[in-house]
Structure formats: structure tokens, C-alpha cells
Design a protein around this ligand. Structure first.
Ligand code: PEP
Ligand code: MN
Length: 338
């Protein structure tokens, strides 16, 4: 349930509510808005409803949270969540342009991509060192060496690094080299992985599974936030449909739908959604227009020799032109990059 405090409720009054909630074995998550504070009480419903919280001083009202997800909901927190990673923001008025190769292949390749992203005004870089590949015979990523290459490119360019984690045993290692942990589409419902990144308190970019509903995506995010980690970015990367002309079908309506339901920032991945480089710009612009908080796109110095996802990767030589068009529309929406 949600305990909505009165405007100007004191810290003591808030603490008293938290104390009572915890006494019945529930957890209290506090959301401090500009005007009011809301306390999300999660635990045994019967025990919580038996508490006379409405009678407590400073309490305005007590509401049940009817949705299956709670902490990620707009009801719990009305204001947009804004994350800050190495000085780059995402959410609210801040738009993130995240770009880089699908996979880290060589130090030179990832450095060239990172420079192109930085020079074009991109705000973060991406690159996979541990790759979830459909075929066990396909390139699986460089592992630790790849993380070191990403960290070197970060050192040179100052861009925060987003990279995918597929095994919780690699989490510790990753925290030394990267800034945002990506949970890929295939692992959206790997609940142990979600809980581990929740406990680690590191920013998380959570991709929607190819067959997952919006509600399932929000429930997956709830696993991370429940552990006390509110730094979650959601990603729409296309879903599986009957339409074969694109690799997946970008569910563009998911963006405004999620933004109505949740306070978390939403980014769009037009590269994996389409699998086609010629569709990356139009769908990026569509994403900006419907209110996305960012884009995550693939760019490679030489897509023709890419070990993974070349056909959907923008050549770094054309990245600046792409980024300029995106930035123009971002400015039109009243947001700014980073
Ligand atoms: C990726 O971003 O490298 C990736 C594998 O994407 P997805 O999980 O969306 O397929
Ligand atoms: Mn890829």
C-alpha cells in the first residue's frame, strides 16, 4: 500500500510510519516528491491493512497499490526518475544518446567508435564483452579483455560505458570497468540476475524481452528496484511478431504507454528492433517524437567486417550526421542531450 503524507509532514512523522510498517515485517520505500512524501509499504497485505495508519499524525491518506508492480509505478513516484552517470543525465529533460559497436572486437575498433560517438555529441558508449548469441558457435565476446578495452576508451573519451552482463559471477569484475550494466532481452526474466544487479546498486539498462508484455517488463524492473536500486533505465528493442521485414517489430507505442505507467526513463534500440541500418534514423526520430528519454544504437568503424550485427550498425563515418538529426529533434521536444 501507499501512505501519502500531508504537505509539510515532519521527519518524525515519516519515521513513525516507517517504524510501524517495519514492525509488521513489511519494508518501507520512501519517495520524496517536491511537495509530498509517499511511503510504499510492501509486505503482508492483511497485516498492513490492520495498521491504523490513516490515524497517524502527518498522514493524508492510505491507498492500495492495485498494479502488480509498485515501486516502479507513477503512483508511487509522480516525478520522472533522473539518473546521473559520470555527469551525464538521463530522464526528465535529459536525453541520452548511447552508441557503440555490438561487440568489442579490438582496442582500436572500440576506441574509434567511442571517439566518433564523443565527437558527434553522444552521451554514453556501448559495447558487448559478454555476448548472448543464439548460436553457440558464434563469437561470444572477448570477456575480461573486452572490458579492459571499454575502460580504456572511457578513459580517453570520458564517455560512461554501458555493457551487458549475462552471468552474475561476472558482476564483481564488471563493476571495476563499466558504469551501466545492461540486462539483455534474453535475460529480462532472469530473476536472480535482476536481484544481483539490484543489490549491487549499479545503474541498470533493462531490455524488454522479445515476447514480454509491458507489464512483464515493469515487473522485471520491480525486481531490481525492490533491492533498493532505483537506477533503472528501461529499453524497448522490438518484439517478436508475424512481420518478417524487420528483425523484430519496434513497439513504438510502448514508449508513451510505459511513461504513463512508470517514472523510469525509457530508451529505444532501433538497431536490434529492425536489424537494418537504413531504418535506424527514421525509427530513432520516431522514438524521440513519442517521448523516449534516449536511444541506444550500434555503430562500427567498418560494419562490413563486424563480428556481430554489421547489417544494423551505422558506419562511424556517418554517425555525426545521424546524431545531428537526432539532436535537432531532441531540442525541438524541449530536452537536451546529456
Ligand atoms: C545488445 O544490445 O547487444 C543485444 C544483444 O541486444 P538485445 O538483448 O536487445 O537482443
Ligand atoms: Mn547487437
Amino acid at each position: 500500500m501507499m501512505v501519502v503524507m500531508e504537505e509539510g509532514a515532519t521527519e518524525e512523522q515519516i519515521a513513525r510510519v516507517v517504524e510501524r510498517v517495519e514492525e509488521v515485517g513489511a519494508t518501507a520505500h520512501i519517495s520524496r516528491g517536491e511537495v509530498v512524501t509517499v511511503i510504499g509499504a510492501i509486505g503482508d497485505r492483511e497485516k498492513l491493512t490492520a495498521l491504523p495508519l490513516e490515524a497517524f499524525e502527518g498522514v493524508e491518506r492510505v491507498l492500495p497499490i492495485l498494479k502488480p508492480y509498485k515501486l516502479v509505478s507513477r503512483e508511487f513516484q509522480a516525478a520522472d526518475t533522473v539518473l546521473e552517470v559520470r555527469g551525464r543525465k538521463i530522464g526528465g529533460d535529459h536525453f541520452a544518446l548511447i552508441a557503440g559497436p555490438c561487440s568489442v572486437e579490438t582496442a582500436e575498433q572500440v576506441a574509434r567508435a567511442a571517439r566518433a560517438v564523443r565527437d558527434a555529441g553522444g552521451t554514453m558508449m556501448r559495447g558487448g564483452a559478454f555476448k548472448p548469441r543464439t548460436s553457440p558457435y558464434a563469437f561470444q565476446g572477448l570477456g575480461r579483455d573486452g572490458l579492459e578495452m571499454l575502460a580504456a576508451a572511457r578513459e580517453e573519451t570520458g564517455l560512461p560505458v554501458v555493457t551487458e552482463l549475462i552471468d552474475p559471477r561476472d558482476l564483481e569484475l564488471m563493476l571495476d570497468f563499466v558504469d551501466v550494466i545492461q540486462i539483455g532481452a534474453r535475460n529480462m526474466q532472469n530473476f536472480q540476475l535482476l536481484s544481483e544487479v539490484g543489490k549491487a546498486g549499479v545503474p541498470v539498462l533493462l531490455k524488454r524481452g522479445p515476447s514480454a508484455t509491458v507489464e512483464e517488463l515493469l515487473m522485471a524492473a520491480e525486481y531490481v528496484v525492490k533491492e533498493g536500486n532505483r537506477q533503472v533505465i528501461l529499453c524497448e528493442r522490438g518484439i517478436r511478431t508475424f512481420e518478417p521485414s524487420t528483425r523484430n517489430t519496434l513497439d513504438i507505442s510502448a514508449v508513451p504507454v510505459i511513461k504513463l505507467l512508470s517514472h523510469l526513463p525509457v530508451v529505444v534500440d532501433p538497431s536490434h528492433a529492425t536489424g537494418r541500418v537504413d531504418l535506424v534514423l527514421p525509427l530513432s526520430l520516431a522514438a524521440v517524437a513519442v517521448g523516449a528519454d534516449g536511444l541506444i544504437v550500434e555503430t562500427h568503424p567498418d560494419p562490413q567486417v563486424a563480428l556481430c550485427d554489421g547489417p544494423q550498425s551505422l558506419p562511424t563515418s556517418s554517425f555525426a550526421e545521424y546524431a545531428e538529426k537526432v539532436a535537432d529533434l531532441v531540442a525541438w521536444t524541449g530536452k537536451s542531450l546529456g
